[in-house]
Design a protein around this ligand. Sequence first.
Ligand code: SAM
Ligand code: DTB
Ligand code: SF4
Length: 452
Amino acid sequence: MDDYACLKQKEKEQRGRRQRLGRALGQAMGFGAGDGFYHLPLCFDGLPPKLIKTINPKGSLLREAACTAVAAVPASGKPSTLSTQKATAMTLQPVPPAKTPARPASSNPVPFSAPPAEGPVRHDWTLEEAARIYHQPLLDLVYQAASVHRAHHDAHSIQMCTLLSVKTGKCSEDCSYCSQSAHHHTDITPESFKNVEQVLETARQAKEAGSTRFCMAVAWRGVREGEEFESLLAMVRGVRQLGLEACASLGLVNQAQAKRLADAGLSAYNHNLDTGPEYYPKVVATRTFQDRLDTLEHVMNAGIGVCSGGIIGLGESPEDRVGMLHTLATLTPHPESVPVNALVAVKGTPLEHRPPVDPMELVRMVAAARILMPRSMVRLSAGRLGLTHEAQALAFLAGANSIFTGDKLLTTPNPHQTDDAALFNSLGLRGRPSFEALKANHAAGKTAEGSG
Ligand code: SAM
Ligand code: DTB
Ligand code: SF4
């Protein structure tokens, strides 16, 4: 059996084990079949789970128990221990209905029911629910996000993406964070549109270095028809022929342009919301949040995967961050990937003096994105140079499963390949094969691991 089939078989077995375990525990706790409880074993590698979370979907019960002893708290609130053998059960309080999205003091944890591992992916999150997830004490949030992550993804596998700026600088837009805006006076050297062969050569090198996705960005307000767009379409076709996933970040696109990109084989389109709807006008004046949403709609309609996330550290409030996550998590479908960037404060931009982003805030953002969009790739994007290996490890634990590799992002530096190799090595991580490689190898009955 090849890796892909093996993975699917393993998932099926795990699902069966969890369902049997859930049923047995539920019955032992005195629940009927109609109670709709969920159990989320945190360890399911063929061994009995050490920790069980029981979540009533109505939100009235939430408990967490060591597997050797299971305690139940009925709706009345009176606990009844069902197994007294080495009772170490930890009981959490019933979940109160969400009202104010204020961050609780760390001594006052607010339990929140994570989506069940096997449950449907939700697109109907309320803003209050998103806020309650986001504002949990950090370790509760990371713990929950890690559980969701491991239920939906191989936690050792990280997507490696390479970025290339196809046209650099002299951009008409006034994005306050961006080194490439013609409105700011930065030290970057503008570069004209690269030719197709130059771009494909870089893509070949990226593939050799282990990347499975190649992302081409252009410093434009939006796509312009003409020779350069035709070249971009040729680049997309060429990148796909190399066996890489092709992503483009070209600013605003209309429906017809999105369709042409889809026909060329584009796998994903990167178009970030950047921040929440209220704060957006403070960051960019030359276009609106709605313009960004319209482009996402065109991309979705064309059948291209949406890659959309944002930046933290622009001076936005936690509510703005929640607003952005909520907008993304209520899209149907969810973006296939969600980049989480920390501002790289570039000299000459209006944000050059912003203080560095607290790594824990970046981890919080990653974790909340993971819980709200359990199946999306969450990309730890710009700002990794400001993170220690330990901070990145926490972000991976919290559900980040994609990074940009290579020494340069678009105009700013990124960790060196050898540094990332050391990080992967110390954490036991490996590069993830592309979706297409997994499928193709499955069809051909070959081993997928390590392919591009
Ligand atoms: N011009 C296109 C656009 O605006 O969509 C594509 C390129 S633009 C550079 C892509 C994204 O990079 C932005 O939406 C923003 O999220 C991110 N970005 C740009 N400059 C950044 C910075 N200094 N720090 C962090 N992220 C940045
Ligand atoms: C994304 O979310 N981050 C990337 C990519 N999408 C295009 C860009 C990061 C740019 C960081 C600043 C720079 O290098 O200019
Ligand atoms: Fe131009 Fe994109 Fe930079 Fe805004 S983020 S200035 S649109 S390149």
